[in-house]
Design a protein around this ligand. Structure first.
Ligand code: ATP
Ligand code: MG
Length: 434
């Protein structure tokens, strides 16, 4: 094991949150070990500012909650303790151990009431066997995520050559890749995510095992995939993440229909890429982003294709859009959960694409005040950016927003709308015989 003293690394306590420092010092005073670990150490060593602070300790979850009134145990698959300081939550995890070499009834493990459990295919269903710091490091996913910082002695502990990988900018899974992916297939998504986020390359063996194990992602519950989706696409490197997911053919486990479609249709690919690029820009500028917008873009190739089929089959546009949206979402949620608070705005963004086609009259002007206008307008621009021909709608809606209310009405009144709603042919009921 390598121990790096304070004068040989760049971590300074002033970049660590007070909450995290407090938790570690109280654990140490209680006679326990406590280290900053995971993403926080990685990002500090890379000179960045961590977004959250995770702590690893040899204290059991019960011992931790005994020390902090503002704490509670959460999770089943992994039991962890959340210690709250105002708005900040510090995550405290007890060192994890190896599963097979520890008697199930050992005192420490019994006290924690914990077990480990694997599915028939080797998926780790529960991982609450406690261990030492060395064992804990070996149970983590990537070498660059397995560095520990001791805020008392100011030392960094490196058991698995994480520092070397950080220097060489390499994502390397710990242990035998096939085995680690089998235990938890989400680790494949994490490999891709961190490679994209940090702009690191992927170690050869870490990469080569992915095609052999990718199918295991089909076993992951839809809710966990949604959590992972948020981390993949809302962390500021969505464009690069998408490229990597496509390179490793993993998008199909999150959005199978989209994955298929964008391999056949360059415009569909361009739209999804543009959505990711825009999202990254917005995040870089500190603007608000919503998963609903990204999801709307990811499913648009499916929705718009289905819409066309239905409309050509004689459905009224709104009816066609409604059905297309319904079936695209119903198909998607078989793989990835989409909470209603996102699926509803997605539908509205799609349906709004039809309403934006009607530029004439008062109603058109009033659309600008609609709470979904902004997202729908951005979405329209996105479609144009990806090469879709909307007949110049984007520029029209851009210009009208810059006018006064009075000028808007004038502009809308002068429009010859070439997107008039097609007349519906109603079937007449035969007149009753006199
Ligand atoms: P960030 O929070 O910046 O996305 P992170 O590395 O902190 O990155 P988390 O998901 O917060 O990622 O996880 C914290 C740490 O827990 C990781 O650094 C890693 O050591 C460990 N970890 C998380 N998920 C797994 C997993 N599926 N398998 C093994 N270890 C994991
Ligand atoms: Mg983290």
């Amino acid at each position: 094991m390598d121990i790096i003293p304070r004068d040989q690394h760049c971590i300074s306590r002033k970049n660590i949150s007070d909450g995290a420092l407090k938790v570690m010092s109280r654990l140490r005073s209680g006679g326990f070990q406590a280290y900053l670990v995971g993403g926080a150490v990685r990002d500090l060593l890379l000179g960045g500012r961590p977004k959250d602070f995770d702590i690893a300790t040899d204290a059991t979850p019960e011992a931790v909650t005994g020390l902090f009134r503002n704490s509670r145990i959460i999770g089943r698959r992994f039991r962890i303790v959340h210690v709250r300081f105002g708005r900040e939550i510090i995550e405290v995890t007890t060192f994890r151990g190896h599963h097979d070499n520890r008697p199930k009834d050992s005192e420490q493990n019994e006290a924690g009431g914990n077990h480990s459990r694997q599915s028939a295919s080797g998926l780790l269903l529960r991982d609450n066997v406690y261990g030492t710091l060395e064992e804990d490091a070996a149970r983590r996913d990537l070498s660059v995520n397995a560095l520990y910082y001791d805020s008392g002695k100011f030392e960094v502990f490196d058991h698995l050559r994480g520092l070397k990988d950080l220097e060489q900018r390499t994502i390397c899974i710990i242990g035998i890749p096939e085995q680690r992916y089998t235990e938890d297939p989400v680790r494949m998504l994490r490999v891709v995510r961190f490679a994209a986020k940090l702009d690191f390359s992927i170690d050869q063996q870490t990469a080569e095992a992915i095609p052999h194990c990718a199918h295991l992602l089909a076993e992951i519950p839809a809710a966990r995939l949604f959590d992972e989706f948020l981390k993949l696409f809302l962390a500021g490197s969505a464009a690069r993440t998408l490229d990597k997911l496509l390179e490793y053919n993993l998008l199909r486990y999150l959005f199978p229909s989209t994955s298929k479609r964008i391999q056949q249709d360059d415009k569909a690919l361009a739209l999804v890429q543009a959505a990711m690029g825009n999202t990254d820009e917005r995040i870089a500028e500190g603007k608000h982003v919503t998963p609903a917008f990204i999801l709307a873009a990811l499913l648009w190739p499916i929705v718009s294709e289905q819409f066309e089929v239905l409309e050509n089959g004689g459905d009224a546009p709104m009816v066609a859009m409604h059905s297309a949206a319904h079936s695209a979402i119903a198909e998607a949620v078989k793989h990835i959960s989409i909470p209603r608070r996102f699926s509803q705005p997605m539908r509205e963004i799609w349906e709004f694409q039809l309403r934006l086609q009607r530029r004439a009259g008062r109603k058109a002007v009033e659309l600008i005040e609609h709470r979904r206008f902004r997202a729908a307008y951005d979405f329209l621009l996105l479609r144009e950016q990806a090469g879709e021909d909307t007949g110049g709608l984007g520029i029209w809606w851009t210009e009208i927003q810059e006018l006064s209310q009075e000028q808007r009405f004038e502009k809308a009144a002068s429009v010859e709308d070439n997107h008039k709603r097609p007349k519906r042919i109603r079937k007449r009921r035969p007149n009753p015989a006199p």
